[in-house]
Ligand binder design. Structure first.
Ligand code: ATP
Ligand code: BTN
Length: 333
């Protein structure tokens, strides 16, 4: 661990060469100390070119989070949030789950997560300047039992945020993945949501809402993910500034979470269904025992339960029970 790593990466973010000597002078350390800090960056998955006589350089310029820009994008709703940007953390979800007495609407975003989590112990892949990773702690007066459908509600906020930034080809896969569907009907995952709950079933409770969005991942990283994945640059052919995306998502989360608090998922149900990638389509359900079942998605109920018509009749699935795949994606899932 080197506390110079991120100050150096902030300079290298311009994508230009910076000589070891200039960096050493700037931070008043030896060139060996600079080299150690660069080694630490590489251990975090950051690729740094080192060229004799020229110095250090990132493969391209990268876009790091800037608190001021996030607050501008949040607009009037900035007063709702407490924002913290960390350089390096295992997982923003784990960080917020482990802190005591975290204030309502605290958002922790990270430049790098070293142990990003998906659902059920799976890993979430991210890279410096190429991924948005953050978690928001939201307190509810109701108990955890009243929060069914919350993760679907968060999906609605993400779609609204993407649409407001001109990214319109995004859809939801139950319970809460954000997908881009290609011309062949194959879904590619753009963003994921991980919700962890604190508190009693009766209340009050708190949710740590973790969101990961792929911004501009190197091809080899996208290909290393064990299901089809895509990033925002390929999905939208435009460059969206990471801080603007974070501020915009938080703004929409504030609206959606307020609606969820007063009316529950029912107030968002019709909108969620309008975004559903596989509504009335054949899907394959991967069960925890390793078997698969085929069915047609009939609906999502007002508590977030998925209703699927199968050979055994209409079945109800709650989030966490199954993994859903579009049948078109069977060949690549
Ligand atoms: P579900 O079980 O709801 O169908 P899922 O199979 O997508 O969802 P999750 O636990 O929600 O699984 O997400 C973790 C999975 O997401 C990983 O196992 C991996 O397949 C995929 N993944 C990991 N990192 C990324 C990423 N950056 N972009 C897209 N997909 C990713
Ligand atoms: C999924 O699709 O399984 C959910 C992925 C959620 C990833 C985000 S990144 C920020 C937050 N911290 C984590 O460790 N996970 C979530």
């Amino acid at each position: 661990m080197s506390n110079l790593t991120f100050p150096i990466l902030n300079l290298l973010a311009d994508g230009q060469f910076h000589s070891g000597e200039a960096l050493a002078q700037r931070f008043k350390v030896t060139r060996a100390t600079i080299w150690n800090a660069i080694q630490h960056a590489e251990s975090l998955g950051v690729e740094v070119f080192s060229v004799r006589g020229r110095g250090y350089k990132l493969p391209q310029a990268i876009d790091l989070l800037d608190e001021k820009v996030v607050l501008v994008a949040l607009g009037e709703q900035r007063a709702w949030f407490k924002l913290q940007i960390l350089d390096e953390v295992a997982s923003t979800n784990t960080y917020l789950m482990q802190q005591k007495g975290v204030a309502h609407a605290t958002c922790v975003a990270a430049h790098i997560q070293t142990k990003g989590k998906g659902r059920r112990g799976r890993a979430w892949v991210s890279r410096l300047g190429a991924s948005l990773t953050f978690s928001l702690l939201w307190r509810f007066s109701c108990g955890a039992a009243g929060l069914s459908g919350l993760s679907l509600a968060v999906g609605v906020a993400l779609i609204r945020a993407f649409n407001s930034l001109g990214v319109n080809n995004v859809q939801l896969k139950w319970p809460n993945d954000v997908l881009v569907i290609d011309n062949n009907g194959h879904g590619k995952k753009l963003a994921g949501i991980l919700i962890e709950l604190q508190g009693d079933l009766e209340g009050p409770s708190a949710a740590v809402i973790g969101v990961g969005v792929n911004l501009n991942l190197p091809k080899n990283v996208l290909q290393s993910i064990d299901q089809p994945a895509i990033d925002l640059v390929s999905a939208s052919q435009q460059k969206i500034v990471q801080s603007v995306l974070l501020g915009t998502i938080l703004k929409h989360l504030a609206e959606v979470l307020s609606s969820f608090e007063s009316r529950g998922f029912i107030g968002l149900q019709a909108e969620w269904i309008s975004y559903h990638a596989y509504q009335n389509q054949q899907v394959k359900m991967l069960l925890p025992n390793g078997t698969a079942q085929i069915g047609v998605v009939k609906n999502v109920a007002d508590d977030g339960i998925l209703l699927v018509e199968t050979a055994l009749g209409l079945q109800r699935f709650s989030a966490g029970e199954i993994s859903l795949r579009g049948l078109n994606a069977e060949a690549i899932a």
